[in-house]
Design a protein around this ligand. Structure first.
Ligand code: FAD
Length: 364
């Protein structure tokens, strides 16, 4: 069994940003990542992503702490492959202690410390930072009639390119950036119907790069990045009159979707751009959850286990912490009490100040 001060679980942007600040403070840490290659979500290992996926913002405004993402030649917004390459180089450049592939199966308490049980061994540690992302748990709401619909149903993680839907009738569900971007490209080749639970909110056309970054990190829990960024494809769709959302349908039928007022729309496919849930099952033995599934936090620190810290799961773990834009600020804040504790060696559990924070939804 190996012993460290801090074990970070997850080697995507959030885990790497935490590792950067821990190393800078001289903490003895390890980063355990379940994938064989660097890049987190961006290397497409778990679920993959669509062909046209690009960052919402420019390279220099999507950088992790300590090294600005180089511009991708000829590209205003970096491709997923460019982001994965940047993350691989970031690890190397900062000599981060990443062990991969190591899947962490569980974290448990043992003799006054924490034990992280991984696929290649166990680490005994004082602190754990869980940064396992959300993109491995796509969320599709259990809507009435889902089992009746005879057309194709898919989540964003299964979508690759619009050509697959040429000439079809496609319902796009969701009010986030993924929904707007996929609606924009699908509407070029198919008949589309956009439905949302709440009216979509659009950022102004000039919110880009630095402004987007400031907006994301300043807005905090008010929902930093679930407002739709007006990237070129989405602007063109707006100019074609495509960005008109209807209220969510009440049920699916054999041949399409229907509303309580009797309206129906025949469809060949339903694309669920309905977000993700945090990957937290490895924390079960610590019982960090509220009865309603929330995780009470004091900043990033778990109130039910003060040596467990959560990062990168959305605004509830730091404004825009589930994005490259915002994870640097959130990682610095998450690491600060760990470094303080390692310096003073105080095992002071944070007091339970105020109500717990609920596990949020991601609707990128
Ligand atoms: P991830 O990148 O998902 O990394 C988590 C890591 O943890 C993975 O490597 C995984 O292998 C590992 N892991 C999980 N469970 C375990 C376990 N039990 N044991 C060991 N390892 C484990 N962000 C932006 O900033 N700009 C954008 O434009 C943008 N667009 C996006 C578009 C889409 C379609 C999606 C899905 C996301 C987008 N994001 C964007 C958000 C994106 O998730 C973040 O950029 C970033 O990847 C989140 O980093 P993370 O480290 O929290 O999670």
């Amino acid at each position: 069994m190996r012993t460290v001060d801090v074990a970070v679980i997850g080697g995507g942007p959030a885990g790497l940003a935490a590792g950067y600040f821990l190393r800078r403070a001289g903490a003895d840490c390890v980063i355990l990542d379940g994938q064989g290659d660097p890049g987190g979500f961006w290397n497409g290992y778990w679920n993959g992503y669509w062909d046209s996926l690009r960052l919402l913002s420019s390279a220099e405004h999507s950088s992790l702490p300590g090294w600005s993402m180089p511009k991708e030649p000829g590209q205003d917004r970096p491709s997923a492959q460019h982001v994965a390459g940047y993350l691989a180089e970031y690890e190397r450049r900062h000599d981060l202690p990443v062990h991969r592939p190591v899947t962490v199966n569980e974290v448990r308490r043992a003799d006054g410390a924490l034990e992280v049980v991984g696929s290649t061994g166990t680490w005994r540690t004082r602190h754990v930072v869980s940064a396992t992302g959300t993109w491995r748990r796509p969320h599709t709401p259990d809507h009435p009639g889902r089992e009746l619909f005879e057309g194709r149903q898919l989540h964003t993680v299964d979508y690759r390119r619009p050509e697959e839907f040429a000439g079809q009738r496609v319902v796009v569900v969701g009010s986030g950036n993924s929904a707007a971007q996929l609606l924009a490209e699908l509407s070029e080749v198919a008949d589309t119907m956009w439905v949302t639970r709440r009216p979509p909110r659009f950022m102004t056309d000039d919110v880009y790069g630095r402004v987007l970054c400031d907006t994301a990190t300043r807005r905090g829990p008010a929902g930093a990045l679930d407002d739709i960024v007006m990237v070129p494809g989405v602007r063109r769709a707006r100019d074609r009159g495509v960005l008109e959302a209807r209220p969510m349908f009440d049920r699916l039928t054999r041949t399409g979707v229907a509303w309580a007022d009797g309206g129906e729309w025949a469809a060949d496919a339903v694309l669920w751009c309905t977000g993700f849930r945090p990957t937290l099952g490895h924390l079960d033995p610590l019982e960090p959850f509220d009865p309603d599934g929330g995780v009470p936090l004091d900043g990033n620190r778990c109130l039910r286990e003060p040596y467990l810290h959560l990062l990168g799961y959305g605004d509830w773990t730091g404004a825009a912490s589930d994005t490259l834009l915002g994870v640097g600020h959130a990682a610095e804040a998450a690491v600060a009490p760990i470094v303080e504790d390692l310096k003073t060696g105080q095992r002071d559990a944070p007091d339970a100040r105020g109500p717990g924070v609920q596990v949020g939804e991601n609707a990128l």
